[in-house]
Design a protein. Structure first.
Length: 124
């Protein structure tokens, strides 16, 4: 578990730049990280593992006080292992959920499909 914690915290450190750019008024608001996961469909087994990993990361980082005092909050949706669903969900994550940063989906097909959404909104 210690190895995972180090990797998780290492990834969270990458969020420091993002957190530093956010105004002090948002200092207590969580850092919202959005992603689609293949919880059903062809890649469901891998998506379930990814989901558990995100949950463990948030738990570990938040128990340590968060990133610059801000908790991590994952906003996750099931893309059903479908590229078109992934595109719709990333639009929602960016435009409606207003996440601070996004994580890529599992499969190459879904990643390729959502790349245009990320570029359109210049999302990190």
């Amino acid at each position: 578990m210690k190895g995972f914690g180090g990797k998780c915290l290492g990834g969270a450190v990458a969020l420091l730049v993002l957190a530093a750019l956010v105004g002090t008024a948002a200092a207590q608001s969580p850092i919202r990280i959005g992603a689609s996961l293949s919880l059903t469909g062809t890649y469901a087994a891998l998506g379930q593992n990814q989901h558990r990993g995100y949950q463990l990361c948030a738990k570990h980082v938040n128990e340590q006080g968060g990133v610059l005092g801000r908790k991590l909050e994952f906003v996750l949706y099931d893309d059903q292992s479908q590229p078109a669903t992934g595109v719709r969900l990333y639009e929602k994550l960016i435009t409606q959920d207003k996440v601070d940063v996004i994580m890529g989906p599992y499969s190459s097909a879904i990643t390729e499909a959502v790349a245009n959404v990320n570029e359109k909104y210049r999302m990190p």
